[in-house]
Each structure stands twice: as structure tokens, then as C-alpha cells.
Design a binder for this molecule. Structure first.
Ligand code: FPP
Length: 258
């Protein structure tokens, strides 16, 4: 097993070396990224394919995105795979997504080892199909890294997450409940709040995704449909991030003295 990890580390280093990404102004501030992977259905429709084919094409993109984020020095990513509202879709589509995610978890497991990254499935696992739930837990238990984390949001809703966190804090005896108490009980408590949230498919909304954590996230929305998203556009999003000035409600330092 050790030998296997050493080999994978070697592969990973060589990948990282080959793909140095130079972005003007990049200084490592981009640590955490959230992604709303939207547009699989439209991508499929445009090609006369089923929506499930669109999701399949969407799953294929994930690896390239994780590799590119790693090359960009981003070690926390949260992928919105299935929301608490997505159960409203036709059963056939929901079953298709669940089966696809289950099938893709084998690759997720390999990616977790290759990048020495923890994988967390955030959201309420209880309504997931049993074999999927068990596989998620198995993968979560594989690694305990707190510095490199892939969060996969599965049956996830931001409001649901906040309600759970508040109730946890109350159970713990917090009175009054503070912002820190809520943050500590979020599914993503081990990851920094996303510096950047990317949404593909062009819709200008947050769709119940990380609504607590995104208070000061920079937003990047692209019309590109998720199956067409990849390394090049991700680098563009990072470039855009490094051009932005984040003020967190304050002023730019150069304006403070005026
Ligand atoms: C939104 O597109 C996408 C989803 C609800 C599913 C996302 C799932 C994947 C990318 C596949 C697997 C994920 C993992 C982590 C293995 P949409 O169907 O709403 O597209 P539309 O807006 O064009 O209809």
C-alpha cells in the first residue's frame, strides 16, 4: 500500500511540474473553490442525447478540474452534485444520477489517494441508496487530511445545513448561538469558506449552495455548460479572481488614508 502511495505521489509531482500555471498577481489567496456544475441537461439536449448522458459527460470533467485546481494550489473544493431539491426530478433521472455517482466513486477513491486528499460527502446521507451511502462512508474513512479536501455535496442544501448547525449548537449548550458556533457545525467546518464560487450554465443565482459560507465569496458565472468546462476556463476564472479586490465590507487599503 505504502509503495502504491509513493508511486502515486511520484505521478502527481510529475503532473504538477509539467503544468505550472502562471497567473499575474497570484499569491496563494485562492485557497477554496465551490462549483455549481450546471448545464448537463442543456448540453445533452443540444446533442439529441438523454439528460443522463449529459450527467455522464459532466462526471468526466471532474478529474480535469481537480487536477487543475491542484496545479493552481487550491486544496479545498466543494462540488454541488445533488441538492435537497433535485429529488423533484423524474425518478429515472434521479436514479440515473445516483447510479452514475456510485459508479464514479471508484475513480473518486483513486483521486483521493493520488492527491492525498480527503473526500467528504456533505449533506444528509440518510435518504441515499444504501450501497451509495456505504461507499461514501468508506471513502470518507480512507484519509483524514484536513489540509486537502474535496467536498462532494450530495443531498445537500444550504438552509438545511444551517438549521442542522444551529440545532447542534443548541444541543451543545450554546446560548446565545454565535456565528462561530454555526460555522463550527457546518458540514464544511474543516475547509475555509470558498474564496471563489464558479457557476456554469449561465444562471445568476446561488441555488441554496453554501449560503452561509459564501457571504464574501467572489462569484464567477460562465455560460459554458458543465460538460464543456475544463482546465482553460478554470484558469480564466482564477485569473479573474486575482484581478478582484476583496473588501469584506471595508475599504481598499489605498483608499483608507484619503
Ligand atoms: C445540473 O445540471 C447538474 C446536476 C443536478 C447533477 C450534477 C452531477 C454530475 C456532474 C455528475 C456526477 C457528479 C459526481 C460528483 C460524480 P442540470 O441537469 O440542471 O442541467 P440543465 O440546467 O441544463 O438542465
Amino acid at each position: 500500500m505504502k509503495k502504491q502511495f509513493a508511486l502515486l505521489r511520484k505521478v502527481r509531482t510529475s503532473v504538477a511540474k509539467k503544468s505550472e500555471i502562471n497567473i499575474p498577481g497570484a499569491d496563494g489567496r485562492l485557497q477554496s473553490v465551490g462549483i455549481i456544475m450546471d448545464g448537463n441537461g442543456r448540453w445533452a439536449k443540444a446533442r439529441g442525447l438523454s439528460r443522463s448522458e449529459g450527467h455522464k459527460a459532466g462526471a468526466k470533467v471532474i478529474e480535469d478540474v481537480i487536477r487543475t485546481l491542484n496545479d493552481l494550489g487550491v486544496h479545498h473544493v466543494t462540488l454541488y452534485a445533488f441538492s435537497t431539491e433535485n429529488w423533484k426530478r423524474p425518478k429515472e433521472e434521479v436514479d440515473g444520477i445516483m447510479n452514475l455517482i456510485y459508479a464514479y466513486l471508484r475513480r473518486v477513491k483513486e483521486i483521493s489517494a493520488e492527491y492525498e486528499t480527503s473526500v467528504r460527502f456533505i449533506g444528509d446521507k440518510s435518504p441515499l441508496p444504501k450501497r451509495l451511502r456505504e461507499k461514501c462512508i468508506e471513502i470518507e474513512n480512507m484519509s483524514s487530511s484536513k489540509t486537502h479536501i474535496i467536498n462532494i455535496a450530495l443531498n445537500y442544501g444550504g438552509r438545511d445545513e444551517i438549521v442542522r448547525a444551529v440545532n447542534e449548537a443548541i444541543r451543545e449548550g450554546c446560548n446565545p448561538v454565535t456565528e462561530a458556533d454555526i460555522s463550527r457545525h457546518l458540514y464544511t467546518s474543516d475547509s475555509p469558506d470558498p474564496d471563489l464560487i464558479i457557476r456554469t450554465g449561465g444562471d445568476l443565482r446561488i441555488s441554496n449552495f453554501m449560503i452561509w459560507q459564501s457571504a464574501y465569496s467572489e462569484l464567477y458565472v460562465t455560460d459554458t455548460l458543465w460538460p464543456d468546462f475544463g482546465r482553460e476556463e478554470l484558469i480564466k476564472a482564477a485569473e479573474e479572481f486575482y484581478k478582484r479586490k476583496r473588501r469584506y465590507g471595508g475599504l481598499n487599503p489605498e483608499d483608507e488614508a484619503k
